[in-house]
Design a protein around this ligand. Sequence first.
Ligand SMILES: [Zn+2]
Length: 223
Amino acid sequence: MNFPPRLIDGYRAFLVSRLRHEQDRYRTLSESGQSPQVMVISCCDSRCSPEMIFDARPGELFVARNISGLVPPYTPDGAQRAVSASLEFAVQALKVKHIVVLGHAQCGGIRAYVEESEPLSPGDFIGHWMALIEPAAKAVGPRGSRPFGEYLTALEQAAIIQTLGNLMTFPCVRILAERGKLALHAAYFGVATGELSVWDKASGKFAPVAAEEHARLFASPRF
Ligand SMILES: [Zn+2]
């Protein structure tokens, strides 16, 4: 099979747009190395690219993506742990100042957990992975107590908050967070609307950001 033509076209567009404007930045970053201030942990979902949502420039975001954007609790067992390795590098080597856990609406991983989907392969990697959100599911309560869509949203958001808690089980994260040198944040992207909400610890809720701009630009049909 050939390399996807859509990607070649995309690269051509990158040459005349992003690369033309960012050429100096790329060159500088190649010499000085990267020093992003922000790590983003997010879902693999193709609709939720952190670089796109946050309009990031090269070198600005250190991104780790996996199914539903989860972080397993600290487990120094010598196993190959991709999230832990990414986190270790971001915190200890890059010394990022912020970690943003970005979840999203219509998350297939969360839905698979709720619907107890059949394994996609004998390894059932998704099933084992999504079992991580069991504490979040317990916190949300029984599924039948509210409309299904609302339940899914609640669980998607609870899983993000649980991930923040799991991050704090890593000594390097906890120590720096307690010293005020590292801040943990939670955010939620509404795929259908493009709305971004950020976790407000005081109220215990996700609150929309840039809501006025969003409403002004998208509240009414554009055509
Ligand atoms: Zn997802």
